[in-house]
Design a protein around this ligand. Structure first.
Ligand SMILES: [Zn+2]
Ligand SMILES: [Zn+2]
Length: 279
């Protein structure tokens, strides 16, 4: 099909009609963004969006391949406070030319604080309008770039270890109650799953758990003994009552224990005697 030519211009009386250089069609002037009060962009809004999307996708790809050092090298001018600042003073924005926001952090924050509701409303509107599209895009992107995404997440985690752990700690500190409530709700909703999982984990890690317990007891002997002593002292009366009311059963148990361990006990006694005689 031959490309439509600008020569097919509509008659003079249609004043508010403009030519789009991209889709090569005559369109209503309201379909074009204005560059200056008297001048329109050479492409219509729809074509401008396509061009914009392509441009930002290219920038995103370029900026994401940069290392932190490359991205933050040098200074940048903020058009809002009109100051030149270290690039670390600018938030990241992968889709932009420099990979950073136009304005510096304090200026971004001031703008955000002054326009909070407007920004939130716009973002919500955008999210809702692009929900399905975004899901589809994310899914196809992930399927096509699985390894790349995984590598990027891993690299980001490694590059920002300290920052992430600090952030996590701060968040956990500030949201203790919230986290507890969430965990409790999750546990309640997944009780059976959780207990089955715990049981399976315990079965699979029996030796590891036993070793851990042993190591803990070895490392904390004094603490454990002190705790036991404290417990015994606090429950002296209770223990006495228990011993008296279970006298016969306890004696029988002791006898069974002695009979099954007789040899070992006698050996140990002999050993002790020998040591005290020679020592
Ligand atoms: Zn167009
Ligand atoms: Zn600024």
């Amino acid at each position: 099909m031959a490309k439509k030519k600008q020569a097919d211009k509509p008659p003079e009386e249609f004043e508010d009609i403009k030519w789009c250089d991209k889709c090569r069609e005559w369109k209503a002037a309201s379909e074009f963004y204005k560059r200056y009060p008297q001048r329109y962009y050479r492409t219509c809004k729809a074509c401008a969006k396509v061009e914009d999307d392509i441009y930002h996708a290219k920038q995103t790809q370029k900026n994401r391949s940069l290392t932190e050092n490359e991205l933050f090298a040098g200074d940048k001018w903020c058009p809002v406070c009109m100051k030149t600042k270290d690039k670390h003073s600018f938030p990241r924005q992968s889709s932009s030319t420099a990979g950073l926001y136009r304005s510096c952090r304090p200026c971004c924050k001031a703008y955000y604080d002054a326009n909070k509701e407007k920004i939130a409303a716009r973002a919500k509107l955008y999210r809702e309008a692009n929900k399905d599209e975004k899901k589809k895009l994310d899914a196809t992107y992930y399927i096509k770039n699985k390894e790349k995404v995984k590598a990027r997440v891993k690299k980001y985690a490694a590059d920002n270890k300290e920052m992430i752990s600090k952030k996590g700690k701060a968040y956990r500190g500030a949201n203790k109650e919230k986290i507890k409530a969430y965990q409790k709700a999750y546990y309640e909703a997944n009780k059976e799953k959780a207990s089955a999982y715990q049981k399976a984990w315990g079965e699979a890690n029996k030796e590891k758990i036993a070793a851990n317990k042993k190591a803990y007891r070895k490392a904390n002997r004094k603490k454990i003994l002190a705790k036991q002593k404290k417990y015994r002292e606090a429950n002296k009366e209770k223990a006495k009552i228990y011993r008296e009311s279970n006298k016969e059963r306890l004696a029988a148990n002791q006898k069974v224990w002695y009979d099954t361990n007789k040899e070992r006990i006698n050996n140990e006694r002999r050993k002790k005697r020998l040591i005290s005689q020679t020592g």
